[in-house]
Design a protein. Structure first.
Length: 254
């Protein structure tokens, strides 16, 4: 009986294989893979495989599993002889840490000065002495839920970088928000109370800021929303609780 191979099948198989591996218990700093050139040569033979940027041992596997980073930040895994290719999250058994997500965050670091903050909306809570930026989509339910977590923070300035990952509806809402008399109020009313802004007047071009943010995000490995950036360049992807955000803000201050 033949098994139908899907992305879910590969992910499940990979997670199970890591759990079963005796070396998966303790992470260690990775170093360059000694046979990287041979691995790259084999993987490149696969049809339509993206350009390979780096090959290195996956932390904690003593070289038994290699991590392959591709040009757009995609991460793949293979055995030391490149006989099998895996996709999916690598979980460190001892801690439950998602090594794949952590590596993606590392790859996606951005210097604060390089973020398109000029195309963002600024909301200050309290003194606003601490700063974070968030790529957010008006059609994203997790982005709306993140506002509940932001409300629990204090002494923070949030730079909202509106993007339109979720299609034409997001594009229109972003345009309506950015062309309103008070874009920050319009944005927060939509995200927290579902109050849709008035339609943008004809000829308003302020919505182009969202298009620029979307292009910037796509070019810098921001594949989904919400995605937060902090002043030290670190990233936090997805819906995160206020406590985790607060801890990162405090870490940046130290």
């Amino acid at each position: 009986m033949k098994m139908k191979i899907t992305a879910k099948t590969l992910t499940t198989a990979f997670a199970f294989s890591l759990l079963a591996m005796p070396w998966a218990a303790t992470a260690q700093a990775p170093s360059a893979a000694p046979n990287a050139a041979a691995v790259i040569q084999k993987i490149r033979a696969l049809p339509n495989f993206p350009t390979i940027k780096d090959v290195r041992p996956l932390a904690g596997t003593n070289g038994g599993v290699l991590e392959i980073t591709a040009e757009r930040g995609q991460i793949f895994y293979t055995d030391s002889q490149a006989r099998v290719l895996f996709v999916g999250p690598a979980i460190e058994v001892a801690t439950g840490k998602n090594l794949t997500s952590a590596r993606q965050d590392e790859l996606a670091r951005l210097e604060w000065k390089n973020l398109p903050l000029g195309d963002g909306l600024v909301w200050k809570k309290g003194k606003g002495e601490r700063h974070l930026a968030v790529f957010t989509d008006p059609s994203c339910p997790y982005c709306k839920r993140l506002e509940e977590e932001f409300a629990k923070l204090d002494n923070v300035t949030i730079h909202y970088l509106l993007v339109s990952f979720l299609g034409s509806n997001s594009e229109q809402i972003n345009r309506d928000i950015l062309c309103s008399a008070n874009p920050v109020e319009a944005f927060r009313a939509w995200m927290t109370a579902g109050q849709r802004p008035d339609a943008a007047p004809d000829g308003c071009t302020k919505g182009e800021a969202a298009a620029r943010n979307t292009n910037f995000a796509s070019a810098n490995h921001v594949g989904g929303t919400p995605t937060l950036y902090f002043m030290d360049g670190s990233r936090m992807a997805g819906l995160s609780p206020a406590q985790a955000i607060e801890e990162r803000l405090q870490a940046v201050e130290r």
